[in-house]
Design a protein around this ligand. Structure first.
Ligand SMILES: [Zn+2]
Length: 86
């Protein structure tokens, strides 16, 4: 626990534990800076899967256009395994 200096507004603020993502930023700045939020804040599990799923879907449709169905299928199955969690 201790005093931290916000990397955005330079205000001093207090935290009981070190910042969860290693970024010293006060609550106020975390909540009202969507841009910095998008860069610094860790996504939830659901948000992370959505982002990755979007990438995989784009890649799969690219692979299908190139008739690489084996790789497309492998990527789809890999995503399903990631979502399953083991
Ligand atoms: Zn701040």
């Amino acid at each position: 626990m201790g005093e931290y200096e916000c990397c955005s507004c330079n205000d001093k603020f207090h935290l009981d534990e070190p910042p969860y993502d290693g970024v010293p930023m006060c609550d106020e700045c975390r909540s009202d800076t969507p841009f910095e939020d998008a860069i610094l804040k860790m996504p939830s599990w659901g948000e992370a899967i959505l982002e990755i799923e979007g990438l995989v879907n784009a890649e799969v449709s690219d692979l299908m256009k190139k008739n690489d169905t084996a790789m497309a299928s492998k990527l789809n199955k890999s995503l399903n395994v990631m979502k399953r969690g083991y």
